[in-house]
Write a protein that binds this ligand. Structure first.
Ligand code: ZN
Length: 196
């Protein structure tokens, strides 16, 4: 970009010895991305705007989205902050936030893709589980061996026999799924077991 604008500036005004700098007045925001041109500090030359962000490579026609805006949506999907919360954070840092409408548009594009990837990953894990169990000669290849530990608060003796574990007002179970080389830990919280 800089080399191209330097060449164009010299072609247009060969006698000018001015330096080029960012033309901040020409900035155009695209979410978190920007488009900006350069201007000469001596003459009136100003360049066209250039994208200062990478574009998402899609085959669909029209303007391509900025990778940074899609990345933002991926990050938001992994944190307990929504679009509005993120806008507040940016406003507090004196950074112009993307418009609500464009954030929603990006969410609608990105979130279904994340869901598809997650579902494909979970299906793949289930298939691998069956493969591993079959190779091990398990009778039921869909069964998942687990190690389990639990913590209980306020044991409820009146509920004995009414639940698979110890009856209590609060329960925290941790399970270690030992079906892959990489163990998967999960936990579940139970409350008021007496009713279960
Ligand atoms: Zn100039």
């Amino acid at each position: 970009m800089w080399n191209e604008v330097l060449r164009l500036h010299q072609q247009e005004t060969p006698e000018c010895t001015g330096l080029l700098s960012w033309d901040l007045a020409s900035e155009e925001r695209r979410g978190l991305g920007s488009r900006m041109g350069l201007r000469c500090t001596k003459c009136t030359y100003s360049s066209m705007r250039y994208n200062l962000y990478e574009e998402v490579d899609t085959k669909s026609p029209g303007r391509k989205a900025a990778k940074i805006n899609y990345g933002l949506q991926v990050g938001l999907s992994q944190t307990p902050v929504g679009n509005d919360g993120m806008r507040k954070i940016l406003l507090c840092t004196n950074t112009p936030p993307p418009a609500r409408r464009s954030l929603q548009k990006a969410s609608n594009k990105v979130l279904p893709l994340i869901q598809n990837i997650n579902e494909a990953d979970m299906s793949d894990m289930c298939r691998r589980l069956v493969d591993v169990n079959t190779l091990r000669g398990n009778e039921s290849p869909h069964a998942i061996p687990v190690q389990c530990d639990g913590m209980y608060n306020n044991p409820l003796y009146s509920g004995v026999g009414q639940t698979f574990s110890i009856p209590s007002s609060d329960e925290n179970e941790t399970m270690l799924h030992a079906c892959f080389s990489k163990s998967v830990v999960s936990s579940c919280l139970g409350q008021d077991n007496q009713k279960q």
